[in-house]
Each structure stands twice: as C-alpha cells, then as structure tokens.
Design a protein around this ligand. Structure first.
Ligand code: NAD
Length: 498
C-alpha cells in the first residue's frame, strides 16, 4: 500500500505549499511505502493562523470548560474505536511489534484524554490576600486563561502517546495547537486530527504540519503567534529550540533524553528484577526515553544476573515484528542503526565484556541484536550516553552508598528503578537518586495521573539531560502548563492615592 499523507490544516487535507514530499521508508525492508508533505514556513503560517483565529473570537473560544471536556470524551471514544488501527500505524512506521502500542501506548492515550476531560471544568484562579493599597483594603484575584497557540513537536518513538500527553492537557486548558510529528511517523497524528474533527472540534483547533525539524519545527519556534513550544526529543534539538524560541520569549517545555539506572540489590527478587530489567531494556528496541539501560548490580549476584540477562537477550526472536513469534523488530531508522552499532563497537573497544549481541550486520532492514555488556565502568561511553537501542550496560557495586553515587553520576536525571525487598532501603534509595521518576520493583509505570519530568539542575541539563517542565503542578500533562495567570487588584475605595 502506498500512503500519500498531507498536512491537516483548518480541518482539511493540504499539500505542501511548494508540493515537495518526504519518503516514508520501512525499517523492516528499507523500501519506500509512501510519502508525507514536506512542510514549509508558509504551511506553518497557514496552520498557526487557523489556530489563532479560533482563539480570537472563533467558536472554540466561546466554549465552556465543560463543553471542551465533553469534546475530549468524544475524542477518547473515537480513539478507542480505532485503537488497533492507531497502534498499528505507530508500530509499522518504526518496525515495532504492534502488541506493544496496543498494550502500553493506547491505554495510556485513552486514560490521558479522559483524565484531561475532567480538568477542563476545574481550572480555577486564586484569591490572594494582599496588604492594601495606600490604606484602602484590596481584593486581589487571578483569572487563568489559555496561553494561546501551542507548537507541539513530537519524536518518533511513541508518536501517538507523546502527542496526546501534550494535546489532551492543552485542549483542556482551552489552547489550540499545531502538531509537528516526526518526519518518520506522521500517520497517527493525522488520523487523530481527523478523529477530532469527527468528534466535533471546530476546524483549526488541531492542525498537523508534517515535515523536517529544521524547517517546520524551526518555523513554529520562530512564529510570533505561537505562545509555547512543547517539545519532546533529543537534548541537541531541545537546546536549539530553547535558543530559537527564547528570542521571542516563548514558553518552552523540554522533555529530553535519559540514561536511567536500574539498581539491583542482592536482596531483590532475582526473577522479578531480571524480568523488569529485560523489559526496561528491550521494549520498543530500547528506543524509550526512560529505558533502564544502566544496570547497577550488587557484586554478590552480579555475575549470575549478567549471565541471566544475556540469556534473556539471546532468547529474543528478532525479525519482522508483524510475525506472531517475533518479539523484537528493527530499530526505527538508518541513522539509529548506525548509532547503536557505533556504541556497541565503542563498548568493545573500551574494554567492557560482551555477553550477548554485538555489532549487527543484517542483509536487509535495520535489525540490531539485543546486546549486553558486563564488567563495565560508569565512565565508558556505553554508560554515559543515551544509545537509544537494545544495549544494556552492567556495572557492579558493593554498597548502597556506591550504588547511589553511580546512579547520580550522570548528566541525565529522567528515571530510575530500585529492585529490593527491603522496604526501608527502597524509600531511602528512591529519595537519594536524582531522577524525576523512581520505580520501586517496577520499571517505569505509566499513569495519566503521575508527573513526568527530569530532575536535573539546569547546569547539567544544558549538557544533556532532561529539564522539568513548569509551572507546578508537574503532572505528566497538567493543563496548568498551558494557562496564563492574569492578576487583578481592586482597592475598596477610590481616590486614596496620596
Ligand atoms: P529529535 O530531537 O531528533 O526529534 C524530535 C522532534 O523534533 C522531531 O519531530 C524533529 O523533526 C524535531 N526537530 C529536530 N530538530 C529540530 C529543531 N532544530 N527545531 C525544531 N524541531 C526539531 O529526537 P528523536 O530522534 O525523534 O527522538 C529521540 C529522543 O527523544 C531521545 O533523546 C529520547 O530520549 C527523547 N524522548 C524523550 C521523552 C521524554 O518524555 N523525556 C520521550 C520520548 C523520547
């Protein structure tokens, strides 16, 4: 099947202004299976205008919170109707097993849409006690307003889920949006926008402009009518976006990468820790921001644990993910394939012990062998850098203090996992590890009600980490992130200014 995908602007399909297109290539056989419009600054202008018009007196701006919530619920029902189709779109585009987005991403998408629908009617301002105005008492209050048009820039690894983390919250807040999906995975965002139209969202509230980051993404960052950029992706792109959007003093939320530790103590349930580490390492071919790729194991069990994880890696059937007995497909794109291989070679060159996998050289498709390194050090490239592939690095430690120090010796601070049956230690270590989310005896639970953000100080985030979005509360997708707080101060009498 050849897919011919266009932008979705003001409720209608649109070609790129100059007619140019981007090929969509299957990671399974490297064949072109379709194309999408290669967006231009002119296309972005059209989409932003449609979104802006809705806020400036358009039908969307007239809706109550309850009505916005109702639309979100309708959208959730339509997404549920098309859930398998949406999951398969995301899976096929990056060569992922369709069972993963069906079981993990789509339930989270539905939960987010439904949770946000409840927020839409609950977004309140504040009354603030103030000291008075030249002797006259004051009534001071704030009103919360949608901040405006949001530019939502999304990566390829879980396209629909990450789009909805942004979309559900910003719609609940009353904003409008121009979504820029990854150039590899535009399908599900376009389908979602069409479902929103079917649900009754006014045309122009949700727009999708497909294309490259340096063209469409950049044009969104530079557009004066885009109030906020909500970005998920690599630290390198995040840094550039911060710089570009900063010139216009836009709000920017950056959800960046990770090199998350999984700390396995010798009192942990060995089998649970093994299953959890394998899941955190190999799901989505390791292409997950919270991937638990730095595995710190207490020395007494380190050798046995490494051998068992290598066995688990060797038991994975790698192949065409559409086949029933295949557990792992290829990595998403050629650049990713080359990056993973480069790091595997670096691990070998820097002296880590290769227990499973190795440099991959498939005949066709970007297939990578699940790879385990043992006897690694935390200063090796395979322990410091985000590889974004199925490569695990095992480092042994002796004491709890050493485990915490190793876990925190990283430029990243997105997530961590602690495996132990000692309840007191679990809480102690969870508190000491510098990460935005810590799982105890579970790797990276997804829940629409949980916050999601990195916790590194700005200095290391500038190097390569995750930056917490703000303002508080930092729920995974809090509508408060998409609101402005406007203040009013009223003295109780006139004419009191001396
Ligand atoms: P990427 O940074 O290459 O691209 C992400 C998006 O940004 C794409 O849509 C891309 O076209 C666009 N883009 C790229 N450069 C841009 C620029 N200069 N201006 C504007 N837009 C630009 O990242 P990727 O390869 O798609 O995704 C992998 C990265 O995303 C990893 O680092 C991963 O950890 C991170 N990620 C983070 C989270 C999180 O929640 N923290 C979730 C998923 C992925």
């Amino acid at each position: 099947m050849t897919e011919h995908l266009n932008h979705f602007i003001a409720g209608a399909s649109a070609e790129a202004s100059d007619g140019r297109r981007i090929d969509l290539i299957s990671p399974v056989d490297e064949k072109t299976y379709g194309s999408c419009a290669r967006g231009t600054a002119q296309d972005v202008n059209r989409a932003v205008k449609a979104a802006h018009d809705q806020l400036e007196g358009g039908p969307w701006s007239q809706l109550t919170g309850a009505q916005r919530g109702q639309l979100l619920l309708r959208l959730a029902d339509l997404v549920e109707r098309d859930a398998e189709q949406l999951a398969d779109m995301d899976a096929n585009a990056i060569g992922r097993s369709p069972m993963e987005p069906r079981r993990m991403d789509l339930p989270n998408v539905l939960a987010n849409l439904r949770a946000s629908s409840g927020w839409a009617n609950q977004l309140e301002g504040r009354t603030i006690p103030t000291g008075g105005y030249f002797g006259s008492k004051t009534l001071s209050y704030t009103v919360r307003e949608p901040i405006g048009v949001v530019g939502a820039i999304v990566p390829w690894n879980s396209p629909l889920m990450i789009t909805v983390w942004k979309l559900a919250a910003l719609l609940a807040a009353g904003c409008t949006v121009v979504i820029k999906p990854s150039e590899e995975t535009p399908q599900s965002a376009l389908h979602l926008a069409a479902l929103a139209k079917e649900a009754g969202f006014p045309d122009g509230v949700i727009n999708v402009v497909t294309g490259y980051g340096a063209e469409v993404g950049r044009a969104l960052c530079e557009h004066p009518d885009v109030a906020k950029i909500s970005f998920t992706g690599s630290p390198e792109a995040g840094r550039e976006i911060q710089r570009t959007a900063g010139v216009l003093f836009k709000r920017v939320a950056l959800e960046l990468g990770g090199k998350s530790p999984q700390i396995v103590f010798d009192d942990a349930s060995f089998d649970d820790a093994l299953r959890g580490c394998a899941l955190g390492l190999f799901v989505n071919q390791g292409q997950i921001c919270a991937s638990g790729s730095r595995i710190l194991v207490q020395r007494g069990i380190a050798e046995r644990f490494a051998a068992a994880l290598a066995d688990a890696a060797n038991a994975i059937n790698v192949g065409d993910p559409r086949e029933a007995d295949v557990q792992m497909g290829p990595v998403a794109k050629k650049a990713q394939f080359e990056r993973v291989n480069r790091y595997v070679q670096l691990g070998i060159d820097q002296g880590a012990t290769l227990l499973a996998g190795g440099v991959s050289n498939p005949e066709q498709g970007w297939f990578v062998r699940p790879t385990i390194f043992a006897n690694a050090r935390n200063d090796m490239a395979i322990a410091r850098d985000e590889i974004f592939g199925p490569v695990g690095t095992i480092i042994a430690f002796d004491t709890e203090a050493e485990a915490i120090a190793l876990a925190n010796d990283s430029a990243y601070g997105l997530a961590a996992t602690v495996w132990t049956t000692d309840l007191v230690r679990a809480h102690r270590v969870a508190a000491a590890v510098k990460a935005g989310a810590v799982g105890v005896n579970c790797w990276s639970p997804l829940d629409a009600n949980l916050p999601w953000a990195g916790s590194r100080p700005a200095a290391s985030a500038v190097k390569a980490g995750s930056v917490a979005r703000w303002p508080i509360p930092k729920r995974r997708s809090s509508p408060y992130c998409y609101l402005a707080e406007v203040e009013t101060v009223t003295p109780s009498t006139f004419g009191t200014v001396p």
